[in-house]
Design a protein around this ligand. Structure first.
Ligand SMILES: [Zn+2]
Length: 298
């Protein structure tokens, strides 16, 4: 009888246990979208920062720590983007598997070449949000490719049994990316050489990829609110360069770019910064589809 019960018990366990799937948490929806594309059915993916929010500022909720406590892998943007909230979440998760420096922590910024890395001394008291360079690298599609490759390597290392799936998924992701990159390049070609103003330096990688010139920012420094003297300066630069747009992240109030727009004649354009930032932006490809469309809509 005991034997029979044992057989039933273990038999049902085997039957009820689903195939092994890595439990992955990412910082942003963009990283989640790329991770889902590479991991496919062999992983479960959730994220911390909703795409419509400013990823620099996140409330460290206890529910995030619970989510992290069960993760096998954490994928971070890195370059200090998450410095204000991730360390306390990781500590609070009490999960040794995903701490920085362990195999279950992937800093995706290691895969890309950073821009705007400061050379002088960094003074955080002045509110500089980009002490390690510009961390908004996911907004260049070629960086998405590099991040996807790094994620594939990591998934293979953590779950070698599904390596063939991850490799095939990466190949499919890159094939689609190649097609889309050609399409975006054609659509962005008329804007090559155009001047624009940013609000925050969110789109620098994107603008660099398509040959647009940034003549200034509404913010005097990353994370610092506009000041009257700076607004005059940016307005003059924007007017002189005949800036076409002022790109404003969807989480900022477009009215804050109003003074520069009125003084320079540049148009305020609210632009999505991430997957999930606006309705209908459901994956990494959809993000660029929308940005390219918005910049080409007069
Ligand atoms: Zn930033």
């Amino acid at each position: 009888m005991i034997k029979l019960l044992k057989a039933l018990f273990f038999g049902s366990l085997v039957w009820a246990t689903p195939a092994f799937a890595l439990n992955i948490v990412t910082s942003t929806q963009d990283l989640a979208s790329i991770t889902e594309a590479i991991g496919g059915a062999d992983v479960t993916v959730t994220y911390i920062v909703r795409g419509d929010l400013d990823p620099h500022f996140v409330e460290a909720k206890p529910s995030y720590m619970v989510k992290l406590s069960k993760a096998d892998l954490y994928v971070a943007v890195g370059m200090d983007l998450e410095v204000g909230w991730l360390p306390s979440l990781l500590t609070g998760s009490r999960n040794p598997k995903i701490q920085p420096g362990t195999a279950g922590y992937l800093d995706a910024s290691r895969a890309i070449r950073p821009i705007e890395v400061p050379t002088g001394t960094i003074d955080r008291s002045r509110g500089d949000l980009h002490p390690a360079g510009n961390p908004h690298y996911w907004l260049a599609p070629e960086n998405g490719r590099l991040v996807a490759r790094a994620i594939e390597q990591k998934l293979e290392a953590l779950d070698p049994t599904h390596a063939a799936h991850f490799k095939a998924n990466l190949a499919a992701f890159e094939a689609k990316l190649n097609t889309k990159i050609a399409e975006w390049k054609t659509k962005m070609a008329p804007l090559n050489g155009a001047s624009v103003v940013g609000y925050h330096s969110t789109f620098d990688y994107f603008l660099g990829a398509y040959g647009l010139k940034i003549v200034g920012f509404v913010e005097p420094k990353p994370g610092i609110a506009p000041t009257p003297s700076h607004t005059l300066e940016v307005s003059a630069a924007a007017k002189a360069a005949k800036a076409k747009f002022i790109l404003v992240e969807q989480f900022h109030d477009p009215r804050d770019a109003g003074p520069v727009a009125r003084a320079s004649g540049a148009k305020v354009l609210t632009v999505p910064t991430a997957v999930g930032a606006m309705d209908g932006i459901n994956d990494y490809f959809g993000l660029f589809d929308r940005i390219v469309t918005l910049m080409n809509t007069p």
